[in-house]
Design a protein around this ligand. Structure first.
Ligand SMILES: Nc1ncnc2c1ncn2[C@@H]1O[C@H](COP(=O)(O)OP(=O)(O)OP(=O)(O)O)[C@@H](O)[C@H]1O
Length: 641
């Protein structure tokens, strides 16, 4: 569906309340989508059909072993004790059989749980794997729309709900359902009249379960909602902790957290209270039934129309009768939450990436690519009707270094996103060596381009792996050579474990400059034909910037390089500088030419020089050092957050 029509269709569904505005996933899934989702789930369960068959077998044996125990006691009472058969051998045999049944019940229940868990965990692991792969293939527009928090929930809790579907719901339906059938069959076999009396209780049990079910569902939903609100609040606070502390917002945040915590506490209490009430009401009905059976059966025993052993077995079965019904009713909430999770997961599976490989991709020999980049009449906007790039033409020669400057929101990063094909152009085309990027396989395209951003992404792992991004074909020596070239080897040498030092999450133990140098080493080992730097020096002090500048000179050699920078010092030496304003190129030339022109670039330069002088006279130690821009966005509290 074309972009515009798709957006309009989505907007309509969101307005009608059928879609979650943030995730595109149906809010209240239809019966059809439920059916589709469960069909899909069965597809994942198919490889485990033999395991499920074995589970079913174990369940039958375990139930039979449990339910035959009272029957055995009945035989001992009616056929032996009441008849005065005092033979110790018979009693010993019955006791031995009883013990054997208990052991069999234990062993087969253990086997049943083990096998079921193995199958359930296998299914969930396969779904989780596919989910992660599917999410990783989504376009950037998807990540703009869907908060990472919900994606984490889908991969962790939603898949866990599916596990509960197998290990709790399915197990309960099978085991408790079969137990009920077996109990009723045994009761009929013992005494038809007594069983019919007992079955009068069934409608009362059903009414009780229905009444509680709807109330329990409400309390369950309320608790989940309050929990997710509290978790989202904590996640948001952790992410913005610096801002909270700098602006002394701790007390205000604490107040808001207390309120969320209080609501969660109250809904949790209500849920527990309802659960206890439900369980106790079942237990009470169980006790009432025992009283009823004792009275009815006791009279029958006295009237000698019912053997005592049968009464004993009846009382035991009627006690066991309530447990499975209780268990099955308890699974209703789990089934509902598993259905919601399943729909959410299948909703993600159904999301087709907006940017994907063309049906007929062009095979390109990456080593033969020269690095010519052309933007021809490019028009682009993230949202319908809001154009960010207006019919832009830009031609970059192989090996040329282009600096890009401009006002905030001018579209500099968007231009780069189009070259990397994070988004597709709406008009015109972007080409590399004459081939439209939409015709290149994305894998080839991303191999051709090396991107260094303001905040380089480092993984928790060793320095070696962070440089070669876990690509084992890149040798340790190549990584060390690259680090030496960008000048980060001395720092690594000082670390306790050298190149094997494990970096913490996002490389938080390193300075911004050190992290940036490691990302430059990546460029050297991966040898992309095109190098892009998006504000790579924005966060650095003057010393680090100097190091990066030297590394840039080195890594840009023989590569087409595009550098977005707010600090003019980073791009002053570029072959060509383009100045952007509101999605258009307004000036173009080298540093000298642009200064001579006396336009926006010259104004930026003059302003930055003024700032530099001001900083020097104010004796500002550790300032920007380079040539700061008047609208420098990376300073100040906001950036520190
Ligand atoms: N993911 C997005 N979704 C919607 N709008 C976006 C998105 N990214 C950027 N924009 C908008 O597109 C316009 C251009 O943004 P872009 O990031 O390309 O500007 P920029 O020149 O790189 O700005 P800066 O110098 O501040 O980084 C801005 O108005 C911005 O608000």
């Amino acid at each position: 569906m074309p972009f515009r029509r798709r957006e309009a269709a989505l907007a309509k569904l969101i307005t009608n309340g059928q879609l979650d505005a943030r995730t595109d996933i149906p809010l209240s899934p239809s019966k059809e989508s439920n059916k589709e989702a469960y069909k899909g789930l069965i597809g994942y369960a198919k490889p485990y059909r033999l395991t499920f068959l074995a589970v079913f077998g174990c369940i039958i044996v375990a139930i039979a072993a449990d339910l035959l125990q009272p029957y055995l006691v009945k035989i001992a009472i009616d056929d032996h004790l009441m008849k005065g058969d005092r033979s110790p051998n018979t009693l010993f045999l019955i006791a031995g059989l009883y013990l054997l049944l208990s052991v069999a019940g234990f062993v087969f229940t253990f086997l049943q749980n083990n096998l079921l868990q193995k199958a359930a965990q296998g299914i969930v692991a396969a779904i989780r794997k596919k989910l992660f792969r599917h999410i990783s293939k989504q376009s950037m527009s998807y990540f703009d729309r869907v908060p990472s928090g919900s994606l984490i929930t889908h991969v962790s809790s939603d898949t866990e709900s599916l596990n509960q579907f197998f290990s709790q719901v399915l197990l309960s339906v099978l085991r408790d359902g079969l137990t009920l059938v077996f109990i009723i069959a045994l009761m009929f076999q013992l005494d038809v009249r007594m069983t019919l009396y007992c079955l009068i209780l069934l409608p009362i049990i059903a009414l009780n379960a229905i009444a509680f079910r709807s109330y329990m569902h409400k309390t369950y939903q309320m608790t989940r909602t309050n929990l997710s609100r509290m978790v989202a609040f904590v996640a948001e606070n952790l992410a913005g902790m610096r801002i909270i502390q700098v602006f002394h917002q701790e007390r205000e945040q604490q107040k808001q957290f207390d309120e969320k915590n209080r609501l969660y506490f109250r809904s949790n209490l209500r849920e527990i209270r309802t659960n206890v009430l439900f369980n106790r009401s079942f237990e009470m009905m169980g006790n009432l039934s025992v009283a009823f059976v004792t009275w009815l059966g006791g009279n029958a025993v006295l009237g000698e129309s019912l053997p005592f052993g049968v009464l004993f077995a009846f009382i035991t079965y009627i006690r066991q009768f309530f447990q499975p019904i209780n268990n099955i009713s308890q699974q209703w909430n789990t089934l509902q939450s598993a259905t919601v999770s399943l729909n959410r997961i299948w909703g993600i599976f159904g999301t087709v990436p907006e940017v994907r490989d063309a049906e007929k991709v062009r095979g390109v020999d990456a080593s033969a690519v020269k690095g010519q980049i052309d933007f021809d009449g490019v028009k682009f906007g993230y949202k319908d009707g809001l154009t960010v790039i207006h019919h832009l033409d830009l031609h970059v020669k192989p090996g040329e270094m282009i600096g890009i400057v401009g006002t905030t929101g001018a579209g500099k990063s968007s231009l780069i996103s189009l070259l990397c094909r994070f988004y597709d152009v709406q008009e015109g085309r972007v080409t590399i060596d004459g081939t439209d990027v939409r015709e290149l396989p994305q894998e080839t395209l991303h191999r051709l381009i090396g991107l260094v951003q303001q905040e380089p992404y480092l993984y928790s792992g060793s320095i070696i792996d962070n440089v070669r991004l876990f690509d084992e074909t890149i040798t340790r020596e190549q990584v060390m050579e690259a680090c030496r070239l960008v000048g980060v080897d001395t720092l690594i040498g000082r670390m306790k474990d050298g190149y094997d030092t494990r970096l913490s999450e996002r490389g938080s133990g390193l300075s911004a400059g050190e992290r940036q140098l490691i990302s430059f080493a990546r460029i050297i080992v991966f040898k992309p034909k095109i190098l892009i730097l998006d504000e790579a020096t924005a966060n650095l002090d003057s010393h680090s910037e100097q190091l990066i500048q030297e590394a840039l000179t080195l890594v840009s050699q023989g590569r087409t390089t595009m550098v977005i920078a707010h600090r003019l010092s980073t791009i002053m030496g570029a072959d060509r500088i383009i100045v952007m304003k509101q999605g258009e190129i307004v000036e173009e030339g080298n540093h000298k030419e642009l200064l001579a022109r006396g336009g926006y670039y010259e104004e930026l330069y003059r302003h930055s020089q003024g700032q530099k002088v001001q900083q020097l006279t104010a004796g500002a130690a550790g300032g920007t050092g380079g040539v700061a821009t008047p609208k420098k966005k990376s300073c100040g509290v906001g950036q520190r957050g």
